[in-house]
Design a protein around this ligand. Structure first.
Ligand code: ATP
Ligand code: MG
Length: 551
């Protein structure tokens, strides 16, 4: 399949990749017809989705199954009045109905808005009105369904509510009955152009109010690099990305690039994350490839890995937050696998990455994906030299690169703020070494200014992580009259060290940082906590710690 979109499909070096990566974009591309149905026509029995849950249910769907179910779902949604350009919110956790629904909506030319089940009434009202949502399809659980019901009177655009079960309360349509009774599907004459909006995300809100990131119908092709090269997938792969479907990472790792590569997507629909369960699934189902944010690996390395047969696992990737070198080293020692880091945003596809032909430098994100013209620039807009910090930007003078978002929907001001004069500003700061590898410093807002120094949280966090007492930590700035800000560490201690929480351990950790990195960066303030504030995608919310300290 991938050869349909690439003129060259294997690369041996970054030079080869930069020179020869060319992605062909067909006219009126539609992932539903051009990838899912195309596989179903060519290799109907090919494995597409291996879905399991906490209750031991398990189902392997082939591409023929996916075509059949997505056609049934598309026909059913049509009968509910959904067509080209309609906004549909999916709150489906990791239910298999997510895959039926998103592909069905692509086939209809509708706009899909995946969202998290942790939304409350207020969040739902905000989203429905911000995007004029016409239909909500939700997992049939009382909490979510109740919030949706409570929100409804304040959401005039919403016409249909659908539950995939088990609960289907009054006011909701029954998804499964609906698809079973649906008429044969007739493909719309003109489902979409490449420029229509296919997908929108409210970003995870790590820093502030969520924004609506709008992608066009070509966006899946932007993820060819994610699936075929960064994840290193082919037709024999069974790939697991740990992400809820309400987060952009789900289409990065559980859909587009994976199916274009012909991989079988593994989904584990669990209620609560337990590292042991994930390892057990890898063992039981022979998962070959795993992608997860660093937070997952930080917990995996504290498990007894010898209890599981992980020999099927050949390749692991990380993104979403910076990877502390200590975690890279421990994971490699335990499994022999090098964690291959990537960087990107809901607004982009993979932007910087460690590719299979590269030797990873632990703690570095890797090299720019040639699909994007990536640069680091200073406050005056000048490209910085090797070794200097700058904001990661994507130059767009030659037009919008494949994979970059269209806009923040209905928010020209925020779009302009982030993207003007031919430059898209990621809001992230990094530096580049002599080999061109990029090293993450922090989100521009998280960088600490103390006594004239600019201190990136990641480096100090990584220094602390090399001490056995530290499981996780967050570095933030606390206001200080003399220095402007001082460095504060909020730390989750490992089991063995919890009883030692106190002055002596604080001194020990401070000395440890002074020895590991430039001494001026050491945390003058240290607080021990049981857990760090995080987003649903597992990212540390430094902004929350900062706000609490400023109160
Ligand atoms: P919001 O925009 O609502 O604050 P968010 O930025 O966390 O939320 P995402 O788009 O999911 O939402 O995350 C993208 C961000 O994640 C990047 O801008 C960057 O800050 C961080 N990130 C992603 N990959 C890496 C990485 N490899 N190293 C460091 N940070 C990363
Ligand atoms: Mg962001």
């Amino acid at each position: 399949m991938v050869e349909r979109f690439l003129s060259q499909t294997t690369f041996t070096s970054q030079e080869d990749f930069i020179k020869n990566l060319k992605i062909n974009v067909p006219e009126n591309f539609n992932f539903g017809y051009d990838v899912v149905d195309a596989w179903a026509a060519e290799q109907p029995d090919k494995n597409a989705l291996l879905w399991t849950n906490d209750q031991g249910e398990c189902h392997q769907y082939s591409f023929a199954d996916m075509k059949r179910y997505t056609d049934m779902t598309a026909s059913y949604f049509q009968s509910l009045g959904i067509g080209r350009g309609d906004m549909v919110m999916l709150i489906l956790k990791r239910r298999f109905e997510f895959w039926f629904s998103i592909i069905a909506l692509h086939k209809l030319g509708a706009t899909v808005i995946p969202a998290t089940h942790l939304l409350t009434k207020k969040d739902i009202v905000y989203r429905c009105n911000a995007a004029d949502i016409k239909m909500i399809v939700a997992a049939g659980e009382s909490v979510i369904l109740q919030h949706i019901k409570d929100a409804l009177p304040a959401c005039p655009s919403v016409e249909q509510l659908v539950s995939v079960g088990p609960e289907v309360p009054e006011g909701f349509q029954n998804f499964h009955k609906g698809i079973e009774n649906a008429a044969p599907f007739t493909r719309p004459k003109h489902a979409n152009t490449n420029d229509d909006i296919s997908l929108m995300y409210f970003t995870s809100g790590t820093t502030g109010e969520p924004k609506m990131v709008a992608h066009d119908f070509t966006y899946p092709l932007g993820h060819i690099v994610t699936g075929s090269f960064w994840h290193n997938l082919d037709e024999n792969s069974l790939h697991l990305t740990i992400a809820d479907t309400g987060w952009g990472k789900a289409v990065w790792g559980k859909l587009y690039g994976q199916w274009i590569a012909g991989a079988n997507i593994f989904v584990y629909d669990h209620e609560k994350f337990t590292p042991g369960d994930i390892l057990q699934k890898i063992h039981d189902y022979h998962v070959t490839s795993l992608c997860a944010p660093p937070t997952i690996f930080r917990f995996l390395i504290h498990e007894d890995l010898t209890k599981y047969d992980l020999s099927s696992l050949k390749y692991c990737t990380i993104a979403g937050e910076a990877l502390n070198p200590a975690v890279f080293d421990t994971f490699k020692k335990l499994t022999g696998i090098k964690l291959m880091e990537g960087f990107g945003q809901t607004e982009t596809t993979l932007t910087v990455a460690t590719m299979p032909w590269m030797e990873p430098k632990p703690g570095s994100m890797g090299l720019p994906n040639p699909q994007y013209d990536v640069d680091l620039i200073d406050h005056e807009g000048r490209s910085v030299e090797a070794g200097e910090q700058g904001q990661i930007v994507i130059r767009t003078n030659n037009g919008k690169p494949l994979g970059l978002f269209k806009e923040y929907y209905r928010d020209a001001e925020r779009t302009h703020e982030a993207w003007h004069d031919g430059i898209y500003y990621t809001g992230d700061v990094a530096w580049k070494d002599e080999d061109g590898y990029l090293w993450f410093v922090g989100r521009a807002d998280d960088v600490i200014k103390s006594s004239g120094y600019r201190i990136g949280p990641f480096e100090v966090e990584s220094a602390l992580m090399t001490h056995p007492a530290v499981v996780e930590c967050a570095i933030t700035g606390v206001p200080d009259e003399i220095r402007g800000q001082v460095v504060k560490a909020t730390i989750v201690l490992s089991k063995d060290y919890k009883i030692r929480a106190g002055e002596e351990l604080i001194k020990e950790l401070q000395n440890h940082v002074k020895k590991t990195t430039a001494p001026y960066k050491y945390p003058r303030v240290i607080e021990f906590v049981d857990e760090l504030p995080k987003t649903i995608s597992g990212k540390i919310r430094r902004v929350e710690i900062r706000n609490n300290d400023e109160k």
